[in-house]
Design a protein around this ligand. Structure first.
Ligand code: G4P
Length: 277
């Protein structure tokens, strides 16, 4: 996992801007569960004047109704977005169609010049949104982590698909460090290290969202009798139900918090969106 420093960020930005010159279209990958918090703060500025498509990835983990609201929301702001699952390739066909639509003028110009109507693109996004997974699935490659180094590294390779040549190495951008809520959102989804924020604090924040928006998911998963107003009591109940106890029979809050966060990240609670447009 990367630690970001101003020097890294400047370097990443510089390398990405230089690679942008090579492409027609930029794909911004975000986590569909947190489309606001998982965007890089400088993305729009870095990619200005480029054709852009947003990929709402991990759609399998997000609440579909809300993901569709996000797509509508971004469209209203002039950003085309497509929901995808980078592991299974769901949504890739729609992405192809959307790409051709967004880049229609470029394709037509190529045809006019007698060139093959192919496009060049690159992937950008903060760590852990699924950039490597997307690239690997696109070309049917098993697993090769394309690197956690800031920016785009080493020599450039292109992945060929019937309509698109995609840069093999995604541009890794830094996450938002704006406010505590954003930090919690990134921590809950595993986009930033668990050590950065206290596990229990992160779990309490997750419970504060779930108890209002998805209470039944908590009740069903942990066979809870009721949902308390106080988040800490909900975690305590989860700990009791899961046998997360320290000697003496008290609930081990760190353990209970870990159980909840792991269940959330794996989608064991159900399909959950943490942010609404
Ligand atoms: P990155 O290149 O942007 O850093 O992300 P990467 O592809 O490594 O994906 C991060 C984690 O997200 C991986 O989990 C990957 O399997 C998972 N992932 C990517 N796309 C999807 C998706 O559409 N749906 C779901 N459910 N998961 C997705 P991991 O291997 O468990 O990562 P970790 O244990 O190293 O954190």
């Amino acid at each position: 996992m990367i630690q970001w420093y101003p020097g890294h960020m400047a370097k990443a930005k510089k390398e990405i801007i230089s690679n942008l010159k090579l492409v027609d279209v930029v794909y911004e990958i975000v986590d569909a569960r947190i489309p606001r918090s998982s965007r890089n703060p400088d993305f729009d500025e870095i990619t200005k004047r480029k054709k852009k498509i947003m990929l709402l990835n991990k759609e399998d983990l997000a609440d579909e109704r809300i993901t569709d609201l996000w797509i509508k929301h971004f469209k209203e702001k002039g950003i085309e977005a497509v929901k995808v699952n980078a592991i299974t390739g769901k949504g890739f066909k729609e992405l192809e169609e959307k790409t051709k639509e967004v880049c229609k003028d470029i394709l037509e110009a190529k045809v006019k010049k007698g060139l093959t109507p192919r496009l060049r693109g690159m992937i950008l996004g903060i760590p852990n949104v699924g950039k490597s997974t997307f690239i690997n699935t696109l070309i049917g490659r098993k697993k090769a982590k394309t690197g956690d180094k800031p920016g785009v590294t080493k020599s450039l390779h292109w992945i060929r698909t019937p309509y698109l040549d995609l840069l093999d190495t995604p541009g890794v951008l830094w996450p938002k460090f704006e406010d505590k809520t954003t930090g919690f959102m990134l921590a809950i989804t595993g986009a930033i290290k668990d050590e950065i924020l206290e596990m229990e604090e992160v779990a309490l924040f997750l419970v504060s969202i779930l108890k209002n928006r998805y209470p039944d998911y908590l009740i069903n998963r942990y066979k809870l009798d009721k949902i308390w107003e106080e988040e800490i009591k909900i975690i305590e109940d989860i700990g009791k139900k899961r046998g997360c106890l320290v000697s003496g029979g008290e609930v081990d809050f760190v353990k209970a918090s870990t159980v909840l966060l792991e269940d959330f990240r794996k989608g064991n609670l159900g399909r959950i969106s943490l942010e609404e447009p």
